[in-house]
Design a protein around this ligand. Structure first.
Ligand code: SF4
Ligand code: SF4
Length: 109
């Protein structure tokens, strides 16, 4: 019985993807993990020019990432990434208001 429970939990973990995190209203900047395949699909869709080619993979500047708040309902990079390698960055937790403030400051550039 315990094995069955473990198997079910493991399968649930496998079917979860980062897009699910946004359904629960989490707010924070995003990061790109080393699963990135450098396809360059995310960089052009970012409305804040927050994504850039790093040393080995693409990276996100947390100072520019607003989770797309102000522009779109959902993070566009997460929507287009073919390998689902853009989770929330727990090091950069922000409220909806802070993300909106960041968006307004970026508009002034
Ligand atoms: S969530 Fe939006 S603002 Fe942040 S890096 Fe992705 S596309 Fe850019
Ligand atoms: S879309 Fe995903 S895999 Fe492609 S460059 Fe961006 S983070 Fe990397």
């Amino acid at each position: 019985m315990l094995h069955l429970l473990c198997l079910i939990m493991f399968l649930m973990h496998l079917t979860k993807n980062y897009k699910d995190d946004y359904e629960y209203g989490n707010t924070m900047a995003l990061l790109i993990t080393d699963e990135c395949i450098n396809c360059d699909v995310c960089e052009p869709v970012c409305p804040n020019q927050a994504i850039y080619q790093g040393e080995s993979i693409f990276e996100i500047d947390p100072a520019r990432c607003t989770e797309c708040v102000g522009h779109f309902d959902k993070p566009q990079c997460v929507e287009v990434c073919p390998v689902d390698c853009i989770p929330l960055d727990p090091q950069h937790s922000e409220t909806q208001e802070q993300l909106l403030e960041k968006y307004k400051k970026l508009l002034e550039e």
